[in-house]
Design a protein around this ligand. Structure first.
Ligand SMILES: Nc1ncnc2c1ncn2[C@@H]1O[C@H](COP(=O)(O)OP(=O)(O)OP(=O)(O)O)[C@@H](O)[C@H]1O
Ligand SMILES: [Mg+2]
Length: 313
C-alpha cells in the first residue's frame, strides 16, 4: 500500500498497548513516516508531559504545542500534550464561559466533578482531540494513548458518560466523541506489542475489547522490538579460525540469539493466527536512547512495512 494513501485514510490514529512496549516510540515513528508523505501531523500525548520531542532532536518540552520536524515536501510534525485540566479550560472558553468559570477550573473543581462522574477526565481529553480533528488543525492527529488496561477504559469513557448524563452538554460531548470513534475515516486504533507471549495475549484481548466494546476500527498492529537477522550467524558454528574457548562463547551467543529469534517468530505466527490484522514490524535497535537517527531508521522500516500491506486489515 502506498504510505501516502495509508496515512490519508483516517484523520486520527490512536496508538495503544501495554506499558513499556513502545507506544511512544511507535507514535513518533508513525508521525515521522506520515510527515515524510507530505502530511502535517500533530502528535498528541495524553499521559503527561510530552516525551517525544527529543526523538526528533528537539529539547524536551512541556505541555505547549511546538514544531519538531519539517520535511522538504511540506510535511511536518508538531508535538503537544493534552491534560484533562487544559481540556476543561479550553472547553469552557469555547462554550462561552467567562473568566470566573475558567478560574474555577484552575482551582480544582475538576476533581470534584470527576469524583461525581467517572470517565469525565477521559471524555474531556477525547473531546479535545475531537475538537482538534474537527478544526482540521493537522492532516493527521496521532495520539499516544495510555497503557492497555487503561486504554480500553479511556476509550469507553464516552459511552459511560452518555449513559450517566442522559441530557445536556456532557451527553452531547459524549455522543459527538462516540461518532468520531465509530467512523473509520475519522479515527482508528493501532495497537502496539512486542513479540512475547504475555504482551501478545494482552494485545489480542485489547483488540477484541476495542472493536467490540468501543466500536473503534483497528488499523494494522505494530510489533516492536523485532530482532534483526544477523548475517553470518550460522557461520559461527562452522568457523575453524577461532580458538576453542572463543568458539564456545560465540556458539553459545549464537544459540541464544537463534533461540530468541525462534521464540519471536513463534509469537508472530500465533498472533497472525488469532488476530486477522496486518502487522507492521519495527526492529529492536541497540542504542540507549532514540534520537533523530534511530527515529529515521524506524520510520524507514515502518514505511517499507506499510508498502507491503494490501490494505488496512
Ligand atoms: N525498537 C526499539 N529499539 C530500541 N529501543 C526501543 C525501541 N522501542 C522502544 N525502545 C525503548 O524502550 C523504552 C520504552 O519505549 P516507549 O517509551 O516508547 O514505550 P511506551 O509503551 O510508550 O512506555 P509507557 O507505557 O511507559 O508509556 C524506551 O526507553 C525506548 O527508547
Ligand atoms: Mg509512553
Amino acid at each position: 500500500m502506498d504510505p501516502g494513501q495509508f496515512f490519508a485514510s483516517s484523520r486520527v490514529l490512536i496508538v495503544a498497548g501495554k506499558g513499556g512496549v513502545g507506544k511512544t516510540t511507535a507514535s513518533a515513528t508513525l508521525a515521522l513516516a506520515a510527515a515524510r508523505t507530505g502530511r502535517s501531523v500533530l502528535l498528541v500525548e495524553v499521559a503527561g508531559r510530552s516525551a517525544t520531542a527529543p526523538m526528533f532532536g528537539a529539547a524536551p518540552q512541556g505541555y505547549e504545542e511546538r514544531a519538531v520536524f519539517d520535511h522538504v515536501d511540506g510535511g511536518s510534525v508538531r508535538c503537544r500534550s493534552i491534560t484533562p485540566d487544559e481540556a476543561l479550560v479550553e472547553w469552557l472558553s469555547t462554550h462561552g464561559f467567562g473568566r470566573i468559570a475558567r478560574r474555577m477550573a484552575r482551582t480544582g473543581i475538576l476533581e470534584i466533578v470527576a469524583t461525581a462522574t467517572p470517565g469525565i477526565k477521559d471524555l474531556l481529553v477525547l473531546g479535545r482531540i475531537k475538537a482538534l480533528e474537527q478544526q482540521r488543525v493537522a492532516d493527521l492527529i496521532i495520539v499516544d494513548a495510555p497503557a492497555a488496561g487503561h486504554a480500553v477504559q479511556f476509550l469507553q469513557a464516552p459511552s459511560g458518560v452518555r449513559d450517566t448524563a442522559r441530557a445536556g452538554v456532557l451527553n452531547r460531548q459524549a455522543v459527538e466523541v462516540m461518532e468520531m470513534l465509530d467512523d473509520p475515516r475519522r479515527c482508528r486504533a493501532m495497537l502496539v506489542s512486542i513479540p512475547e507471549e504475555t504482551p501478545v495475549n494482552e494485545l489480542i484481548e485489547t483488540a477484541f475489547a476495542v472493536e467490540d466494546r468501543v466500536g473503534l476500527a483497528l488499523g494494522p498492529v505494530i510489533i516492536n522490538g523485532i530482532l534483526p537477522a544477523i548475517e553470518g550467524l550460522d557461520a559461527v558454528d562452522a568457523s575453524a579460525a577461532l580458538l576453542a574457548t572463543e568458539a564456545a562463547d560465540l556458539r553459545l551467543a549464537a544459540d541464544l540469539r537463534r533461540n530468541r529469534m525462534a521464540l519471536q517468530a513463534e509469537q508472530l505466527d500465533r498472533l497472525a493466527d488469532r488476530l486477522p490484522l496486518a502487522q507492521l514490524r519495527l526492529p529492536q535497535l541497540f542504542t540507549h536512547t532514540i534520537g533523530p537517527d534511530e527515529l529515521t531508521h524506524l520510520a524507514d522500516e515502518a514505511t517499507s512495512s506499510i508498502e507491503t500491506l494490501k490494505g488496512w486489515a
